[in-house]
Write a protein that binds this ligand. Structure first.
Ligand code: PLP
Length: 396
């Protein structure tokens, strides 16, 4: 079996940087990037054939490969540039009424909070950011806290599969099951999920699910998908009206026609999805993922001890994937980020949520214990030489 050290050379990442932020923007391995360039080359060699004819066949093949990977029908998926685009389609088409409520959590991604606030605001509906208290203790507790926000006005739930700033895997299967029992529309933000955790959309009772392929699935930027349950597909108008809208030449799926045609664009990034799946299979990605999770878990407590804080979840695969958010005390998050990058050449985000700050490390195939040791030394030095990180007095 190929080792993880071997995989490091497959990435284009700058070797001078300790890259611990796959969570914000994934990196594309060379074979997948070359595949991307080949598609672009084919496009520019014969744009008409590619954009108007062959490309549509390739898009279908890419959808089929992705559908097999995440277990759903290929016609229930449409490619979109990013999850933000996908949720704007969904939120815009829910036909919210005054007083309706979208039940969500206080752990969601900021851009999605804004999307929901905007569309709820248009219809005098409410976006409910139900508090989930940290540290989380158990799945049951999360589910109980979440559904405390349920009222007779709740129309839909919106929840992350893996949260952004806090890097937590949430029990979306159980939450969708319960929401379905309550007759709610279920909308899951899986931006971080494909390629990171096992996905089975036939099993998950999500009416809408979006995932980014350009994060943990390793494809170039601008490749994501929106899954919609068949029941809702014809309710979704596109954000961009183009030839696919009330098409003169409709295909078998209005859903695909409406959302796939957004005017002239380069869809090469989507076409790399089959190659990315092949790359992960060839390199035994299940094994890679479990080695990465081991590294995440083995280092979590060590970092919390250094920073004098407590982990925000049990350190288990139930709540953690390849991300870990170390709670930190800082009054200068931007300065801390800049120092880590400029002086120590470490790319790691200082994330924030509900007034708290975290240093979130991501681990993928090219990372090793040495990267986390580099981070550890840098943080030790910052603690002793600056006032950017405060240690609680009881932990000094
Ligand atoms: C949980 C979550 N949802 C949605 C998004 C939005 O992704 P994009 O900016 O690619 O649309 C992100 C981005 O990191 C995210 O972390």
């Amino acid at each position: 079996m190929k080792t993880l050290a071997h995989l490091k050379s497959q990435f284009l990442l700058n070797p001078d940087i300790t890259y611990l932020n796959f969570g914000s923007f994934g990196a594309c391995p060379k074979p997948i990037f070359e595949n991307y360039l080949n598609w672009q080359y084919e496009l520019e060699t014969e744009p008409v054939q590619f954009i108007a004819i062959n490309g549509l066949v390739y898009m279908k093949q890419a959808r089929q490969a992705l559908a097999e990977y995440i277990n759903c029908d290929s016609d229930d998926l449409v490619f979109v540039p990013n999850p933000t685009h996908a949720f704007n389609i969904v939120a815009r088409n829910l036909n919210l009424n005054e007083g309706d409520e979208i039940l969500s959590t206080n752990l969601e991604y900021g851009a999605m909070d804004r999307t929901w606030k905007y569309y709820c605001g248009l219809h005098k509906a409410q976006y409910i950011r139900q508090p989930i208290s940290l540290p989380i203790q158990s799945k049951e507790e999360i589910i109980e806290q979440f559904f405390k926000g349920y009222t007779v006005n709740t129309r839909a739930i919106f929840i992350s599969h893996i949260t952004s700033s806090t890097g937590l895997v949430l029990p979306v299967n159980e939450i969708c099951d319960k929401a379905k029992e309550l007759g709610l529309i279920t909308i899951v933000d899986g931006a971080h999920a494909p390629g990171h955790v096992m996905l089975d959309l036939k099993q998950l009772k999500a009416d809408f699910y979006t995932g980014a392929c350009h994060k943990w699935m390793l494809t170039p930027k601008g490749s994501s998908f929106l899954y919609a349950h068949k029941k809702y597909q014809n309710d979704l108008d596109p954000l961009i009206i183009s030839w696919g809208y009330e098409s003169d030449n409709p295909s078998a799926s209005r859903f695909i026609d409406y959302h796939q045609f957004n005017g002239t664009r380069d869809f090469s990034a989507y076409l790399t999805i089959p190659k990315a799946i092949e790359f992960m299979n060839e390199n035994n990605w299940d094994d890679v993922r479990s080695k990465c999770r081991k590294l995440v878990n083995e280092n979590a407590v060590r970092f919390c001890d250094l920073l004098g804080t407590q982990p925000i979840s049990p350190i288990t695969d139930e709540f953690l994937g390849q991300l870990f958010s170390i709670p930190i005390l800082t009054s200068e998050p931007e300065q801390l980020y800049k120092l880590l990058f400029n002086k120590y050449k470490i790319e790691i985000p200082v994330t924030r949520g509900n007034g708290r700050f975290y240093l979130r490390y991501s681990i993928n195939a090219f990372n090793s214990q040495a990267d986390l040791d580099t981070l550890y030394s840098a943080l030790s030095e910052i603690i002793s030489a600056t006032s950017l990180l405060q240690i609680p007095p009881s932990k000094k």
